[in-house]
Design a protein. Structure first.
Length: 321
């Protein structure tokens, strides 16, 4: 891996890139700040510098944004990513033009990124645990390729074990936190699997956890899903046999009429997110199992090119959710 050269920027540069942090360039909110769209005006001098930066900086994974520069000036702290964002997944979910096929593309690419991060790189490095996953931290380009752009709580790999820092008040994003891990004080990849399940729920149910939901005693999104799941099971057990043909699905009705939608896929994804958010981490699938199950979906097999897959491998594992 080559040397990465990152530019040190001034606060005035950030203001210039974002049109003085205008509302029209605002994309999303993180625990540690806001995310803005910016445009860098490149003169000849800047182009020469950028050519060198591009040559020296390798791409770690297509699902991770690449850093262009940073600012640490007085009380201003910020980073600049090299990416052309279209919008955040959080903003796209409620929109009618966010299609089923685009949703599947985001879900599959995001699962593939987690598979990459959770895979041990060598014997003395632990797998990466992001711990701060949130649909607001996923940004897509015009082709709906998602990029993760908040790794403020990441641990494992080349980073020290940040889970031992008892003084750190932040444990993840509200609505996506695996409370079981927090209570037990045991941190593992299952935390990311839990958050993935919530994000998958956001995507297919078109429901998101908003900042104004905090403190209102409203159900977390995944708690709503579990209420629906338990109610369905109770109904199935108490209803007549002819009702047993009804299958459990959390897919929003607005998506079920799309040409790429298949009811069986919707049911499998609904079961998957339930398994991912089980209270006991040992009962959750790992990210490899999740990716294998996603590859079995009909919509994935039929749209491999759109999803960036030259050929969807046929898996023989009996991995079901």
């Amino acid at each position: 891996m080559g040397v990465r050269k990152i530019l040190k920027l001034k606060y005035e540069d950030l203001a210039c890139y974002t049109d003085n942090f205008s509302e029209s360039n605002y994309l999303s909110h993180f625990q540690f700040g806001n995310l803005y769209r910016g445009k860098i005006v490149r003169d000849n001098c800047t182009l020469n510098v950028m050519d060198e930066v591009m040559m020296l900086r390798p791409e770690i994974h297509p699902g991770i944004v690449k850093m262009y520069g940073y600012c640490n000036e007085y009380d201003h702290l910020g980073v600049v990513y090299e990416f052309e964002p279209f919008d955040s997944v959080f903003n796209l979910i409620p929109k009618e033009d966010f299609t089923w096929l685009q949703i599947i593309k985001v879900a599959f690419a995001f699962a593939s990124l987690l598979k990459f991060l959770h895979a041990p790189k060598c014997s003395f490095y632990k797998p990466y645990i992001v711990r701060n996953l949130d649909c607001a931290h996923l940004v897509v380009d015009k082709d709906y390729n998602p990029k993760s752009c908040d790794f403020g709580l990441i641990t494992g790999g080349i980073f020290p074990d940040r889970t031992i820092y008892k003084c750190h008040p932040v444990t993840g994003s509200c609505g996506y936190i695996d409370c079981n891990a927090i209570v037990r004080g045991v941190h593992s990849e299952t935390q990311d699997v839990f958050a993935f399940g919530v994000i998958l729920l956001n995507l297919i149910s078109e429901r998101v956890y908003k900042r104004e939901n905090r403190g209102l005693n409203e159900y977390e999104i995944y708690e709503w899903a579990w209420k629906e799941y338990l109610s369905f099971n109770l109904l199935e057990q108490t209803s007549e046999s002819e009702w047993h043909t009804i299958n459990f699905s959390l897919v929003d009705q607005s998506l079920t009429g799309e040409p790429d939608f298949d009811a069986d896929d919707g049911e499998k994804l609904s079961e998957m997110l339930i398994e991912c958010t089980r209270a006991d981490p040992s009962d959750r699938p790992n990210i490899k199992q999740i990716v294998r199950s996603l590859l079995k979906l009909k919509v994935v097999k039929k749209n491999a090119d759109f999803l960036g897959l030259k050929k969807v491998p046929q898996t023989s594992e009996n991995t079901t959710f």
